[in-house]
Design a protein around this ligand. Structure first.
Ligand code: MN
Length: 259
């Protein structure tokens, strides 16, 4: 009311993280090099911040495919989980969904490879079939993949989360469907949505922190924070640091970009 009377905007309220220090990391896509650089920067920042509670590291999904070191990225995440420095929370991306689909269904192989799956198979020591249409060869590759995939990795892929909420923020891989309450969002949208979410002017219940759609620069608006900077191609991996004082971008760049 007052804002209308005085012709001013309502005062901005800083969104809260309920006292937590949170880092949300964008799409890694097999770029262990960029991930290591970013983790180093995040760890330095966390030490300097001396938070009261253990800092939270939210991984926004799409750990595998396209880049050269998918299996190694998962090993690195599992190691982080075994260490005390961060509470590690990992979201499911559409590329992890594709991996799990191929694990069950060899006919999905050609589709997966179109989206960078060959790099993931290679990182597990599995050669994808030369002929995309060779059904028997895909079944051989699937069986080899099932054998090569460590149980710890299978557990990891199967236990990924779809949404994490902290204070005024909700973390998802791709985005949310506008107009649908957070608790009624469906997996397909959370993993895949693009334009309908990115171009929406709808009011969201929380500030949505997401990856999935690569942009040259991190996208920060009042309703969403997008941190996918296409690391697999650019070598630049982005995180957003959130606490009760606000947000700050932290980036890690691989020494060399992918050719
Ligand atoms: Mn994605």
């Amino acid at each position: 009311m007052f804002s209308r009377l005085f012709g001013r905007k309502a005062p901005e309220v800083t969104p809260t993280t309920d006292g937590r220090l949170v880092y949300a990391v964008g799409d890694i896509h097999g770029r262990l090099d960029a991930f290591e650089t970013l983790l180093h920067a995040v760890a330095q920042d966390a030490l300097a911040s001396a938070p009261i509670h253990r800092p939270m590291l939210v991984l926004l999904g799409d750990y595998v495919d396209r880049g050269p070191a998918s299996a190694e990225v998962i090993d690195r995440i599992l190691k982080l989980r075994s260490e005390p420095a961060f509470e590690v929370r990992a979201l499911k991306g559409n590329h992890e969904e594709a991996l799990l689909e191929f694990y069950e269904e060899p006919g999905f192989g050609p589709t997966w490879v179109e989206h960078g799956g060959a790099a993931t198979l290679a990182s597990y020591g599995v050669q994808p079939p030369a002929m995309r249409t060779d059904v028997e060869a895909w079944e051989v590759a699937r069986l080899a993949f099932q054998k090569a995939l460590p149980a710890s990795h299978k557990d990891f892929y199967e236990s990924l989360e779809l949404m994490i909420q902290v204070g005024a923020y909700a973390f998802v891989h791709a985005g949310i469907r506008p107009g649908v309450p957070l608790e009624r969002q469906v997996e397909r949208d959370l993993l895949w949505i693009r334009a309908e979410f990115l171009q929406s002017n709808a009011r969201f219940e929380k500030i949505i922190v997401h990856g999935h759609t690569p942009m040259e620069e991190p996208q920060i608006t009042g309703r969403r924070i997008g941190v996918d900077t296409g690391a697999y191609a650019t070598g630049l991996l982005t995180a957003v640091r959130l606490d009760d004082a606000g947000h700050r971008i932290i980036q890690g760049r691989a020494v060399k970009s992918a050719a």
